[in-house]
Design a protein around this ligand. Structure first.
Ligand code: P6P
Length: 335
């Protein structure tokens, strides 16, 4: 059991030996993410004060208006990772293609790549609702010393070395796993230090919260409609409570603490759902499974999916194990 109030820095050092590859590089990488998170947190928390909200005018590969904070968060994380020369490649929701990092002196000698959604839920910024950063870390599969290739980024989620998120909410938390459980750290803004506040986080086996955009109900396939009606039926411990913030990181975080399920299924208007496999669903699935929860596309584990393209979307069912299994039953029944 980890000691509460350990700082994130102390935790990384104390647990380095448990990292699968304890060369110290992963520790430096997690530390770099910690630093970038503090910088982005500072900007997010003052977004309403300066002319930093509102669309930057451009649109990203998703066709979404890029909020200035989207652009800023993307730049901060990428620059922090490049400046420390600890990764050989980066993919981001905000970048059309992956970035190969040929640092001046160590010629692609690093072995880790990072995939990131720098500011998920950014449409909530203008209305002061929580947003988040999601990251996923792999070892490269192409030879060290050569530029990274697309195959380094198209690894199944099972191959992740580490994954985590930062939620910029009523308090700012960094939650991550390196395959040895999930731990949550809360930022003390006065000190600029993350403290271990939620050791060994686990999803309750079941729960009473379901999170889905019910405005899409008419477009859902029958299995999803049947599951939503199941959640709403007065029977046993139901009806459940509907809670949907419109920010994956926030809905996921609440459900991990209280018990619940988050769904972003495919529909007649979203052929493969909305969420991105590589830098949203895989990292959240790694955390979910490490926290004894479950994450699937309604039929198969998310982390078993072999990716085919950088920004591909997948349907996403994630949360308390028994709730995801029940939803999967309805999906199977209507197949
Ligand atoms: P909708 C934010 O854009 C996001 O990627 C997730 O954070 C969130 O859960 C979902 O999309 C909200 O999408 O279509 O319900 O507004």
């Amino acid at each position: 059991m980890h000691r509460k109030n350990t700082t994130l820095g102390e935790f990384i050092i104390e647990n380095q030996s448990s990292f699968q590859y304890s060369s110290g590089e992963l520790s430096k990488l997690i530390n770099a993410i910690r630093l970038a998170a503090k910088v982005v947190n500072h900007e997010v928390n003052k977004a309403g004060l300066v002319d930093i909200i509102g669309a930057a005018g451009d649109t990203n590969i998703q066709g979404e208006d890029q909020q200035k904070l989207d652009v800023l968060a993307n730049e901060k994380f990428i620059q922090t990772l490049i400046n420390r020369e600890i990764v050989c490649g980066i993919a981001s929701e905000e970048e059309d293609d992956f970035i190969s990092i040929n640092s001046s002196d160590n010629k692609h000698q690093n072995k880790y790549i990072v995939l990131i959604d720098p500011l998920d839920g950014s449409s909530n910024i203008d209305v002061n609702v929580s947003v988040g950063t999601i990251f996923s870390i792999y070892r490269r599969v192409t030879p060290i010393g050569t530029p990274v290739g697309l195959e380094d980024f198209l690894q199944p989620g099972r191959a992740q070395i580490a994954a985590g998120y930062i939620v910029y909410g009523t308090s700012t938390m960094l939650v991550y796993t390196t395959g040895d459980g999930v731990n949550g750290f809360t930022l003390n803004p006065a000190l600029g230090t993350f403290y271990l506040s939620h050791p060994n986080m686990e999803f309750p086996e079941t729960g009473k919260i379901y999170s889905v955009n019910e405005g899409n109900y008419v477009h859902f396939h029958q299995g999803v409609k049947d599951y939503i009606k199941y959640c709403q039926k007065e029977e046993g411990d139901r009806p459940y409570t509907s809670r949907y913030i419109g920010s994956l990181v926030s809905d996921f975080h609440r459900n991990m603490i209280k018990g619940g399920i988050y769904l972003y299924p495919k529909s007649s208007v979203a052929a493969e759902g909305k969420l991105r496999l590589l830098y949203e669903c895989n990292p959240m699935a790694f955390i979910a499974e490490q926290a004894k929860g479950k994450a699937s596309n309604g039929f198969d584990p998310i982390m078993d999916i072999k990716p085919t393209e950088l920004h591909q979307r997948v349907p996403f069912f994630c949360g308390s194990r028994k709730m995801v299994e029940k939803a999967e039953e309805f999906m199977q029944a209507s197949k």
